[in-house]
Design a protein around this ligand. Structure first.
Ligand SMILES: Nc1nc2c(ncn2[C@@H]2O[C@H](COP(=O)(O)OP(=O)(O)O)[C@@H](O)[C@H]2O)c(=O)[nH]1
Ligand SMILES: [Mg+2]
Length: 461
């Protein structure tokens, strides 16, 4: 035990210059673009520190250079070159949607302000940031680890019976009505129920409903599993008053347990148990655009995901295992969809979206902050006339168009939108393509330096 502790201590001290950064968020919230821009900006900032004025180490002229390295272990490397190639391409575009888990390390050499280190002749240090990118859907599986099959079934059935899901799950719900969950299971019937459920779930995920809460997540985004892998043939069933072993309910509950054990637990154990800092990206604007059902679903999904992280475990053992998170940053992404004068409201709205989660995290002694972020800024602010009024607008190249367009995307409320806001259809955000870049001085952004300074700045002293 003593020896183990000493070894762990040595390992931990040796690791002090590594930051494990969890980039978290629901699908399409901007994780891959953030990861790409984060790396690219650091690679550029040694030469062009003015790219990151709010990253203290760059602003004080102490960031020397950065370099990327393959991830540790057998994780495939994040396709950084391809991703940045798409953004910087001609025509410029976005990286492909993420289908698998990738990792990358970026090491930063910087001049330390630590006097002792300087006296000892080691004026420069290296900090390594470990990043992991994965399909955002997978996070939605984490709550299953703490939920019984019966509870999950009840909640999920409730959701599928309500609009806007009810129409998509209609065939599955009708099929379920013909099954007695307490009767002896018939494999073909169970499989058919799972198949109908999977097809409705995929339909929800790929349609333009703006819904997020799709469980089990690997049905939507299987990663290295084949889409018809028997491990993924899971669906909710109504409760059975007497669910004897071998009944429909009991057999499906076994499948659920196997899914949790063999699919969800390894993902959690290998990638989310231990990190030092976390950024939670939230596409607040996207959810506003899709309407109230999407906004509510996003809040529920974020709440579910953040419940599953193990923040601020204290004590020697936790420290040795590296289980303590130091800080969590919430970021409202794609802030370039609205003009800068809307960013304070965007941040306030985000704070309201994550109010419970933020409170829980801070109670555990972990610091939190919220910002408006655009990893890659695609628009510029312009003034324009709308019905005789001068308004702040954004100008950029909307996806699917060939010319730059200026538009007034609507004002961001500082509070949850009321019924009137949803009726008006007042949020008119468009997706933009990255502006063509000339030269090699890094990509325009909003607030990525502030994000970096919060997440890794304290380790760059
Ligand atoms: N305008 C703008 N769009 C962004 C930004 N970041 C992401 N996006 C958009 O959001 C989409 C999804 O981003 P991605 O990083 O792939 O999301 P992920 O699923 O969380 O990895 C991209 O294809 C872009 O259309 C940004 O900083 N500005
Ligand atoms: Mg992605």
């Amino acid at each position: 035990m003593v020896l183990d502790t000493a070894r762990a201590l040595a390992r931990r001290v040796g690791e002090r210059n590594v930051v494990r950064l969890a980039v978290t968020g629901l699908r399409r919230c901007g994780k891959t673009v953030f990861t790409t821009a984060f790396i690219d900006d650091l690679l550029c900032a040694g030469q062009w520190p003015e790219l990151l004025p709010f990253l203290d180490v760059a602003a004080r002229g102490d960031l020397i250079a950065a370099e990327t390295f393959a991830p540790e272990g057998d994780i495939p490397a994040f396709p950084y070159v391809e991703s940045i190639g798409a953004i910087r391409g001609d025509p410029a575009g976005w990286p492909k949607a993420t289908e698998r888990l990738h990792g990358l390390r970026v090491s930063i050499r910087y001049r330390t302000r630590n006097r002792v280190a300087r006296l000892l002749g080691s004026a420069t240090r290296v900090l390594t940031v470990e990043l992991v990118d994965y399909p955002g859907e997978w996070l939605l599986d984490l709550p299953l680890l703490a939920k019984s099959y019966t509870d999950w079934s009840r909640e999920t059935l409730g959701m599928t019976r309500a609009m806007p899901r009810a129409v998509r799950f209609e065939r599955w719900l009708t099929f379920l009505a013909g099954i007695d969950p307490g009767a002896p299971a018939v494999t073909a019937t169970l499989d058919e129920a799972a198949r109908l459920y999977a097809s409705a779930l995929r339909d929800c995920a790929t349609s333009d409903t703006g819904l997020f809460l799709h469980q089990p997540a690997r049905i939507v985004s299987p990663g290295t599993f084949a889409p018809d892998d028997p491990l993924l043939a899971v669906c909710p069933l109504p409760p059975a008053p007497s669910a004897a072993p071998g009944s429909f309910h009991a057999v499906m509950a076994e499948r659920y347990a196997a899914y949790c054990e063999q699919v969800v637990a390894p993902f959690y154990r290998d990638h989310f148990r231990r990190f030092d800092a976390q950024i939670v990206l939230v596409d607040v604007l996207g959810a506003l655009r899709h309407g109230q059902a999407s906004f509510d679903d996003m809040r529920a999904a974020i709440g579910a995901v953040l419940q599953s992280f193990d923040y601020g475990r204290t004590g020697l053992r936790a420290w040795l295992e590296g289980a303590r998170t130091e800080r969590v940053l919430f970021a409202a992404t794609k802030a370039d969809h609205v003009s800068s004068n809307q960013h304070p409201n965007l941040r306030r709205l985000l704070e309201e979206v994550v109010v419970r989660e933020g409170n829980r995290i801070r109670f555990r002694g972990v610091a939190t902050k919220a910002i408006a972020l655009s990893s890659v800024r695609c628009t510029e602010d312009v003034l324009g006339e709308v019905q005789g009024q001068t308004l702040s607008m954004v100008r950029g190249l909307p996806v699917g168009r060939t010319t730059q367009t200026a538009l007034f995307p609507g004002e961001i409320p500082a509070h949850f939108p009321g019924p009137q806001d949803w009726r008006d259809g007042r949020f008119r955000f468009l997706d933009f393509l990255p502006a063509p870049v000339t030269g090699n001085r890094g990509l325009p952004h909003i607030g990525i330096d502030e994000a970096m300074d919060y997440l890794i700045g304290p380790r760059l002293g």
